[in-house]
Design a protein around this ligand. Structure first.
Ligand code: HEC
Length: 132
């Protein structure tokens, strides 16, 4: 008769009892405050829900080329600049993301799209999709 094996379970416990690190919560707080301060109209900038009103502070960098208010291009220039006023919200967003990701390329639009936050994109899409 063989005696059954007795396995002594190796209980390894990481006893890191006294590593007391203080999380830089203050930093997180500051960062949040800064990002909120960035939102020009004081709307809670939590979810990227398009805010056409907020976009008005941002379209200044688009108008030169896209010739908006109203698309009646004040700007028939060397470029053929697509009409984005009245364009579908989701389309505008996906176009901007495509430029930002490099999926779609155009020298200026790449740079612009990369500088936009998700919130910016949502706002701009809301603004332009409502613009007729
Ligand atoms: C320097 C000129 C210039 C500026 C500034 C500019 N765009 Fe553009 N944009 C273009 C050109 C040119 C195209 C077409 C590029 C191409 O063929 O892919 C374009 C394309 C787009 C498209 C895709 C349209 C389509 O029909 O597929 C969107 C959306 C867009 N721009 C939004 C914006 C927004 C929003 C801004 C401001 C944040 C902006 N653009 C600023 C020149 C500009």
């Amino acid at each position: 008769m063989k005696s059954s094996k007795t396995m002594s379970p190796n209980q390894m416990r990481s006893g890191s009892a006294s590593v007391t690190r203080r999380l830089p919560q203050i930093f997180a707080g500051v960062a949040l405050a800064v990002s909120c301060a960035f939102a020009p109209t004081g709307f809670a900038a939590d979810a990227p829900v398009g805010n056409a009103q907020a976009a008005k502070a941002k379209v200044s960098m688009c108008i030169g080329c896209h010739g908006i208010p109203g698309y009646r291009s004040s700007f028939p220039e060397v470029y053929s600049v697509p009409m984005i006023a009245g364009q579908n919200d989701a389309y505008i967003q996906s176009a901007l993301r495509a430029y930002a990701s490099g999926e779609r390329t155009h020298p200026t639009m790449d740079a612009i799209a990369k500088s936009l936050s998700d919130q910016d994109i949502a706002d701009l899409a809301a603004y332009y999709s409502k613009l007729k």
